[in-house]
Design a protein around this ligand. Structure first.
Ligand code: FAD
Ligand code: SF4
Ligand code: SF4
Ligand code: SF4
Length: 624
């Protein structure tokens, strides 16, 4: 017999506003093995947790049930609380009476109260069979891999390396910096992107704990959190690391920094390097193999191919360009020395029209989502143009302005009020260039649309049209995701484990996300997320060993017939056949306890600890 204590939380009025707490406590106090039942306003507060501790001691409880919010919120809190007074953490369970009762049945108070009582009854039935378990401890390699050397990857690498851990930074291109290396001034104060970037790149390439591999990509990935084995291939045969790092800076960003980087490798990094260099194959890319504990994916974004925006003349007319092409012109080290010029004839444009949401927010033809950065960079570019050509005309076609961020709204207002940028509310419907189709040379570019505020058609004759094209995932992101077993969404961006509660984690343990690889983001947001991803890596590395939950699958060798049905059923590739016995085995490190394998096993040979068939049946019996 167990001695179970049940603690019912009001969650302010989140639960008590709908459920009859008094009746719940009366009813559950009568359940078998329940020796104590009480309610409290906020169980997760300090006094709430103190109540648990006091009654574990006073009533000699060996199991605790907290009837409260989802286990995703506070299961670990309550397990720690009960453990602090000697209750095995796997003898503490949550009955979710908030998300599954009070919130979803606000208008049926009596029925919701009954449902909560039944939910608690089933958890009591489960707890009856719960075993006291101890977590597994697995080895942990404290070296991080960062994939992508844009601002997200640079920041994540620096944060991890500054904490004293070796980092391998793999960048596909021949230089670091990503898209930021292509930008001119940055909103809000037009400070030079290259100055900020240069500082970050210098810090990275000179960092004793960071090994940079440019022109390199992840070719294979195996293993699991704490123990990944990553194969990287670097293009160009025989290219020494210091050379690669020397070229890590694009021409635009600054001069080479090869000096010192070779010696600057820490012990860990040195080992990691030597592992791979020895394997260099003649004639092909240079292969490296690294043991890695955690991975940060920071592969960034591409712009939607403007050639697919035929209605806006994208890819058809030389004087219809995208946002990055204009950034290139605006960069002091760009081909026009920072001056905006019409590509067709090199003339200063007297009028420029920007078309926002070009390919974004268009579920029928293009991408359905908002690309998030374009409202802001269009305002920035329009201001930069007006500063260069004060009597020029800047016109922006927009659907609505989405400028979320500190000072962002005011920045767009400044473009309108102080720089006379004309904002036309309405989607441009057609763009064509006069004289472009024959030998008369390119004429003006005509943008035709409707002003949705006045309902009147608008025609703008511009010298240059800038399409604020949609932001899409980098080419190859999906293939990389498959290699890492990290899922991507329907558009190809890397999926976070939970949009609210785990925004920097992927669904694969040990793989974290940073920057525009996850969804369009500007630089401040990218840097914040990169530091968030790095802090997840550091919290993993702060452990002496990898701790794995014991509530995972196991195979009873007496019952397993070796049919192998459970192997493809496992979404985490945690199941294989034993090397020489004809039975299935579970990889402790990979298993997430999802129980998919238990559903397909015809022999009931496979069970999940503390969620056994016996427990599920007893919960159903308790309910019926
Ligand atoms: C026209 C324009 C103007 C902008 N202006 C501003 C501005 O003024 N202010 C602002 O805050 N933001 C601005 N932004 C947004 C800014 O560019 C992004 O926030 C930022 O670049 C995101 O950084 P990132 O590191 O996530 O991605 P990226 O900059 O795209 O970097 C990703 C890196 O990963 C590498 N990579 C990709 N795949 C792989 C792979 N498989 N293996 C290895 N490496 C890989 C890429 O080569 C690249 O170096 C602008 C964007 C655009 C399009
Ligand atoms: S950020 Fe602005 S321009 Fe870009 S897709 Fe969203 S609403 Fe359109
Ligand atoms: S419980 Fe889920 S993750 Fe674990 S072995 Fe079974 S199917 Fe795979
Ligand atoms: S499905 Fe069941 S019986 Fe078949 S191999 Fe897997 S554990 Fe063994």
């Amino acid at each position: 017999m167990k001695r179970i204590g049940i603690f019912v939380c009001h969650c302010g009025t989140n639960i008590s506003g709908t459920l009859d707490i008094e009746r719940i406590v009366q009813e559950i106090a009568r359940f078998p093995e329940v020796v104590y039942a009480v309610d409290y306003k906020y169980m997760c507060s300090d006094p709430g947790q103190k109540l648990i501790r006091e009654h574990v001691a006073e009533d000699r409880l060996d199991a605790v049930i907290v009837a409260a919010c989802s286990p995703a919120m506070h299961e670990s809190t309550f397990r720690r609380t009960a453990e602090s007074v000697g209750v095995n953490p796997y003898q503490t369970e949550i009955a979710n009476i908030r998300e599954q009762a009070s919130w979803v049945h606000q208008k049926q108070q009596e029925a919701a109260t009954n449902k909560a009582i039944e939910a608690i009854r089933t958890i009591v039935a489960k707890v009856h069979y719960n075993q006291s378990l101890t977590p597994y401890y697995l080895p942990l390699v404290k070296r991080a891999l960062v994939i992508g050397g844009g601002i997200a990857g640079l920041q994540a690498a620096l944060d991890v390396a500054d904490a004293g851990y070796p980092v391998v930074l793999v960048e596909k291109a021949d230089h670091l910096g990503g898209r930021m290396a292509e930008l001119s001034g940055l909103y809000l104060n037009m400070d030079g992107a290259q100055d900020h970037l240069r500082q970050k790149i210098e810090a990275v390439v000179n960092h004793p704990n960071i090994q940079v591999l440019t022109r390199a990509e992840v070719a294979e990935a195996g293993g699991y959190v704490g123990n990944f084995v990553i194969k990287v291939e670097q293009r160009e045969e025989g290219q020494a690391l210091s050379e690669g790092v020397g070229q890590a800076l694009s021409e635009g960003v600054g001069e080479a920094l090869s000096e010192g980087v070779g010696e600057a490798l820490s012990e860990g990094v040195g080992e990691a390097l030597s592992e791979g260099v020895g394997e260099a194959a003649a004639g092909g890319p240079v292969p490296y193999t690294f043991d890695i504990g955690a991975i940060v994916v920071a592969t960034g974004f591409d712009l939607y191919d403007k050639g697919r925006l035929g209605e806006y003349g994208g890819g058809r007319y030389p004087d219809v360009i995208d946002g990055l092409q204009l950034e290139e012109m605006l960069r002091p080290d760009g081909p026009t020395g920072g001056q905006i010029r019409r590509p067709s004839d090199g003339q200063v444009p007297r009028e420029i029209a920007w078309i926002q949401c070009a390919g974004s927010r268009d579920p029928e033809l293009h991408m359905p989502y908002c690309s998030k950065v374009c409202c802001m960079y269009v305002a920035k570019q329009a201001m930069a143009y007006k500063q260069q050509v004060p009597d020029g005309q800047a016109t922006v076609f927009y659907i609505d302005i989405r400028s979320q961020g500190k000072g962002y709204e005011e920045f767009v207002q400044r473009a309108m009020e102080e720089h006379d940028v004309l904002y036309v509310r309405g989607k441009a419907s057609k763009v064509w260039q006069e004289g472009g189709a024959d030998d008369t040379g390119p004429g003006r570019v005509v943008v035709w649309g409707v002003d949705t505020l006045t309902g009147l058609p608008v025609e703008v004759q511009a010298d240059l049209v800038v399409l604020a094209t949609a932001t899409v995932p980098r080419a190859g992101a999906q293939e990389l995701g498959q290699r890492l077993h990290a899922s991507t969404d329907e558009h190809g961006f890397f999926s976070e484990a939970h949009p609210k509660l785990r925004p920097v984690e992927s669904l694969t343990a040990g793989v974290y996300l940073a920057g525009a690889a996850q969804f369009p983001k500007d630089i401040p947001e990218t840097v914040a997320q990169a530091s968030g991803a790095a802090s997840k890596v550091l919290s993993l590395f702060s452990q002496r060993q990898m701790v794995q939950e014991p509530t995972i699958a196991y195979v009873d060798p007496e019952l397993c017939s070796g049919c192998g049905l459970c192997i493809p059923a496992c979404p985490y590739e945690a199941r294989t056949m034993h090397d020489w016995q004809h039975i299935a085995v579970v990889n402790t490190a990979l298993c997430q306890g999802c129980a998919a394998c238990t559903m397909v096993c015809p022999n009931k040979a496979c069970q999940v600890r503390n969620l056994t068939h016996q427990q599920i049946l007893s919960m159903m019996e308790a309910y019926l």
